[in-house]
Design a protein around this ligand. Structure first.
Ligand code: ATP
Length: 287
């Protein structure tokens, strides 16, 4: 078999509600997840023997801790195959940014190796394998627009969100998701997302309605730790975004626009030293 190239798309959270802390220590969440155009690129070449990984990009583990490597190991151990692979990962998704880059890479690795090594896992089996690597890996196996519950692994597909424009602003530091959840107390959440209203706005394809319902219960927690993230949100709104929100556990904030063209214009008006600014759009499998 020849080389396979695949794109691992990032996500944003249009809503993120933290419902309660579970007996197992995890938080029960309810979140509307949306694939976006920004992506890493992965190349897979059949190779004799083991698994090798070359990573282009900063701040990502190079060896066995990389989720790409762990996903490949998982397929290998589950199938007992002796086949090998040489993987080249080119990172474009900022790391520890709330954009799910590591999980997106893991999902692509599972699907490609399932084909390349003729492992024969069904879509449902792949979702189960994904869950072992991270709660949001199942979402990346499906992509598009979805409501996720549990730790993020229980998915309900939603109609595609309109192809809204996005300006992502990432400050020059990462945020560890676990650290945010450690200090999050769901009972005292200052933000209560209206998830039902968001689902309705998505079903209607109503951009203004989606912008109005953007809400993330983790924002007050993370804004308390890093006030500069709240300022990014304000700046994006002042610069003309129709809505703005921190994605996941941050620190990336996205500004929403009617289309890609308006996102480019918004990014042109947004300037702040030290910030990484990326223009992209909501991406649906139907595009
Ligand atoms: P999450 O909310 O799932 O923690 P995130 O978008 O905030 O995701 P990621 O970019 O997925 O963050 O990275 C989280 C951690 O995973 C990083 O600190 C990094 O060390 C580790 N990691 C392992 N493999 C990868 C990978 N292929 N790409 C990015 N990070 C990876």
């Amino acid at each position: 078999m020849v080389m396979i190239t695949a794109l691992a798309r990032a996500k944003i959270n249009l809503t993120l509600d933290v419902l309660y802390k579970r007996q197992d220590g995890y938080h029960e969440i309810e979140t509307v997840m949306q694939s976006i155009g920004l992506h890493d690129r992965l190349e897979f070449r059949p190779a004799g023997g083991g698994i090798s990984l070359v990573v282009e990009g900063k701040g990502v583990p190079r060896g066995a801790d990389n989720l790409v490597f762990r996903a490949a190991e998982l397929v290998r151990s589950r199938t007992g195959t002796k086949k090998g692979v040489a993987i080249h990962l080119t990172k474009a998704i900022p790391v520890a940014a709330g954009l799910g880059g590591g999980s997106a890479d893991a999902a692509v690795t599972l699907s490609v190796l399932n084909k390349m090594w003729e492992a024969g896992f069904s879509p449902a089996e792949l979702l189960k394998l994904g869950e072992q690597l991270g709660a949001d890996v199942p979402f990346f196996l499906q992509g598009g627009t979805a409501l996720a519950r549990g730790k993020g692994e229980r998915l309900e597909r939603l109609p595609p969100c309109p192809a809204l424009g996005l300006v992502l602003v990432k400050p020059p530091f990462g945020v560890q998701t676990a650290a945010v959840y450690r200090v999050c107390s769901p009972g005292q959440a200052l933000v209560k997302p209206g998830t039902r209203a968001m689902l309705e706005a998505i079903r209607e394809g109503n951009a203004a309605g989606i912008a109005k319902r953007l809400a993330n219960a983790l924002e007050p927690v993370v804004f308390g730790m890093y006030p500069q993230i709240a300022q990014i949100k304000e700046r994006l709104m002042k610069a003309g975004a129709i809505g703005a929100l921190m994605s996941g556990s941050g620190p990336t904030v996205f500004g929403l626009t009617a289309d890609l063209e308006s996102a480019r214009a918004l990014a042109g008006r947004y300037s702040e030293p030290g910030m990484q600014v990326i223009v992209t759009e909501c991406y649906n499998n139907t595009c």
